[in-house]
Design a protein around this ligand. Sequence first.
Ligand SMILES: C[S@@+](CC[C@H](N)C(=O)[O-])C[C@H]1O[C@@H](n2cnc3c(N)ncnc32)[C@H](O)[C@@H]1O
Length: 215
Amino acid sequence: MSEQTLPDRRRVKAEPSAVQHYTRRKPAKHHAEMALVARAFPALPPGSRVLDAPCGAGRLSLWLAERDLRVAALDLGSAAVVHTRTLLATDGADAEVREGDVFALPWEDRAFQAVVCFRLLHHFQERARRLALVREMARVCDGYLLVSYLSPWSFTGLKRRLRAALGGRRHRQNHTSLSELVADLKAEGFQLDRDLAQRRFLHSLHLARFVRKSR
Ligand SMILES: C[S@@+](CC[C@H](N)C(=O)[O-])C[C@H]1O[C@@H](n2cnc3c(N)ncnc32)[C@H](O)[C@@H]1O
């Protein structure tokens, strides 16, 4: 199937209201997610080039910039881009924030020492779409690649599947097994380094860290 014909390409909202939604995220949820990022992110030398895509309202980009990393960020939504640019400029960070598509990143191969893709993969129901996403992230990554996913092996995941099996509402977020991600990224030259859960067996949000084998 070609990239253009994949069905759920535009399923994720990129309009201004989505940015507002993200800036108003519940503080406890936001802090728990950022704590997961902090646990998973590798220690890198100051000045290392890192990519945050999609950046949404820029919360990860800001966290990265505050760690003396050279941040590039990208989002499909122009409101998200303007918001992130302003946030980083106010913080005094010299960052590159672009409007663009995660499936066609505007950077050369192996441009970044670390790439993080947080809270996007689970929006795609099609395996081919998820594969296209991690491949493109892997292409621009020369070191660590961090990808969040929703694990099926959690209390929340099992509850959602049971509800769907009993004829209840089907949850709009899709679960991915770690083995799928490991296989897809192995083919791109990456191996699993760590797999961290927000709260293992309770929440389904995981952040997997891969590292390029051939450096
Ligand atoms: C759930 S938010 C996550 C943002 C950020 N990673 C965070 O955790 O705060 C999803 C973001 O993905 C963006 N998005 C959706 N599809 C995209 C695409 N194809 N390319 C770039 N950004 C996209 C949306 O505009 C939205 O800002």
